[in-house]
Design a protein around this ligand. Structure first.
Ligand code: DX5
Ligand code: ZN
Length: 221
């Protein structure tokens, strides 16, 4: 089973981009585990964020694991750029990859961890055949595209189902949950089977991010 304590990954999307370095320092001081970078292309999702150039700037400011979430169409075109920018793990969307197995092998061939994300409307059965190959699954608990959305309650059942699936074929695989995580729902998300929690609003808009981080990291299954 991965992660004796819950991993916390602040999402840089909710940080103050006029003070990017300071925002990363806040995450570092709060003992965060990963820095989550949300890449949106205005095509796979309605919003546009940033590209490898900003990921490189984030990576230059921290020794934390750079966790890159590609919410983009045809991610194969850009994976290498995001690895060169300093990503330690690359997550693509199942919905954006017609050749998912090939894409996962490509990510691994570049020497970084491979993750697959699925939208709330996508069944877990679509991951069955690649599950043994994955380092992580990023289960979306909101529809991707924006920070600050409300956690979709049916995600809890999906996390529990994924937890059962991984125990059979890939117990070391990490389950990360992304979207609408709060201090209030974090425990139920971890109890359902999550190892890593992505938190944008809950972390960066908190009056005391270090305290919020400590609370979330203390959650146990
Ligand atoms: C949503 C992104 C999330 C987002 C989370 O499309 O993938 O990572 O930044 O933000 P909150 O925690 O505010 O829901
Ligand atoms: Zn994300």
């Amino acid at each position: 089973m991965p992660a004796p304590s819950t991993l916390l990954a602040p999402s840089i999307l909710s940080a103050d981009f006029t003070r990017l370095k300071e925002s990363i320092e806040i995450a570092t001081k709060a003992d965060s585990d990963w820095m989550h970078c949300d890449i949106m292309d205005g095509n796979f999702v309605p919003n546009i964020t940033f590209g490898p150039f900003i990921v490189q700037a984030v990576a230059a400011c921290t020794t934390m694991i750079i966790d890159t979430h590609l919410m983009i169409a045809d991610p194969d075109r850009y994976i290498e750029d995001f690895v060169k920018a300093g990503s330690h793990q690359i997550t693509v969307h199942q919905e954006a990859c017609p050749h998912l197995h090939r894409t996962i092998q490509f990510i691994k061939s570049l020497g970084v961890k491979a993750g697959v994300s699925i939208n709330p409307g996508t069944p877990l059965s679509t991951l069955e055949s690649v599950l043994p190959d994955l380092d992580l699954v990023l289960l979306m608990s909101v529809n991707p595209g924006f920070g600050g959305q409300k956690f979709i309650p049916s995600s809890l059942g999906k996390i529990a189902q994924l937890h059962k699936m991984r125990l059979k074929v890939n117990p070391k695989m990490v389950i990360a949950v992304d979207g609408g995580i709060t201090e209030e729902n974090a425990q139920s998300v971890v109890t359902a089977g999550a190892d890593a929690l992505i938190a944008g609003t809950a972390f960066f808009k908190s009056s005391d991010p270090a305290r919020t981080a400590a609370k979330i990291r203390a959650m146990t299954r």
